[in-house]
Design a protein around this ligand. Structure first.
Ligand code: 5GP
Ligand code: MN
Length: 324
């Protein structure tokens, strides 16, 4: 495995031959989808055979992105590829695919817990999003290729991963890069309106049920919410419609860590963690086999334990970390 500089990554991408697959992590978020579509729309100008396949469905609020309908959804990759570009994730198992049949692989990621399994990788934990890192690499390949169809998805991923330019991961360079993208005719409200201002009623019904589970731990330093699988059938919402719910427990005064427990199968939980800066949730998540960033991380709890066991284990660990 070779770690690449931006220039080396640009060169490898320029020289890629054959059929190329682009993919990202399970439950794709704005950065995952934005970087996949940014690269798809960019590389289609240079290569003949580029495809995006994701394991999970793209949430409906990303349907305004150019070529979003070209994203394939499949639980397996049945074709042999010459190259795979894996975005916003470093571990193949987190793509959801058992294996990815490709001769060569390149990972572009920004997770501090990254543990890449590929031939080549470029991982920059200091950069706010994979979209921003992708933009930096694209500029080295050809600025003129970055048109509206490339800029819009990249801008979208930058907005979502920086909390609309609110998190500390937002640097002066992030804003300069955002300005560069806006110069390609992007209207910032198009992005905000599509992402945040067309909630479906099903999502609000789901939010009502999930907020009803709000509870606290560790002297109200931890706030947690829970999505039981039955809530989905009761409301008609898809699990992806719960994206962003964790901002509610996080927003409470005095709360240091917010936790969102999502039941994806009986006694199988997807756990999201958010910190306000005092605790490193990436470290906590990695103790459960997950990972992420210092202030946003997650893991899957699939060892057959029930929610009460999971809470006890997790709160013990949070308590240990908060006493350090
Ligand atoms: P979310 O809670 O929104 O699913 O994820 C927050 C952050 O943690 C994202 O950067 C995401 O990629 C990372 N993350 C979430 N779940 C996992 C996991 O199971 N394993 C790893 N390595 N990272 C995760
Ligand atoms: Mn990201």
């Amino acid at each position: 495995m070779k770690h690449l500089s931006r220039r080396e990554a640009a060169q490898i991408i320029e020289n890629m031959e054959g059929n190329i697959l682009i993919t990202s992590h399970k439950n794709p978020d704005g950065d995952a989808i934005g970087s996949c579509l940014g690269w798809l729309n960019f590389l289609r100008k240079l290569k003949n055979n580029v495809k995006v396949i994701l394991h999970d469905q793209v949430p409906y609020f990303f349907d305004f992105l150019p070529n979003v309908n070209k994203i394939g959804n499949n639980h397996n990759i049945n074709e042999q590829f010459d190259w795979v570009i894996i975005l916003d994730v470093s571990e193949v198992k987190r793509t959801g695919f058992e294996c990815i049949p490709a001769k060569h692989s390149l990972i572009i990621d920004h997770h501090i817990t990254a543990n890449p399994d590929s031939n080549f990788s470029i991982i920059e934990p200091k950069i706010a999003s994979t979209c921003e890192l992708s933009l930096e690499i694209m500029k080295l390949i050809g600025e003129n290729l970055i048109d509206y169809t490339v800029a819009l998805p990249l801008y979208t991923g930058i907005v979502t991963d920086t909390g609309s330019f609110g998190y500390n991961s937002t640097t002066p360079k992030t804003l300069k890069n955002a300005a560069f993208l806006l110069e390609r005719d992007i209207n910032p409200y198009t992005v905000i309106k599509n992402l945040f201002e067309r909630n479906r009623i099903t999502r609000i019904e789901l939010l009502k049920k999930v907020l009803d589970t709000l509870d606290f731990g560790l002297n109200k330093k931890v706030a947690h919410i829970t999505l039981y699988k039955r809530f989905l059938s009761e409301t008609g919402a898809g699990i992806e419609e719960s994206e962003g719910f964790i901002t509610y427990p996080r927003s409470i005064e005095g709360v240091e860590v917010a936790v969102f427990f999502k039941e994806f199968e009986e006694d199988r939980w997807k756990v999201s963690l958010r910190s306000k800066g005092k605790l490193n949730v990436a470290k906590i998540a990695s103790l459960f086999g997950g990972g992420g960033h210092i202030m946003a991380a997650g893991f899957e709890y699939i060892n057959g334990g029930n929610l009460e066991d999971l809470k006890r284990e997790l709160f013990d660990i949070i308590l240990k970390f908060s006493n350090q």
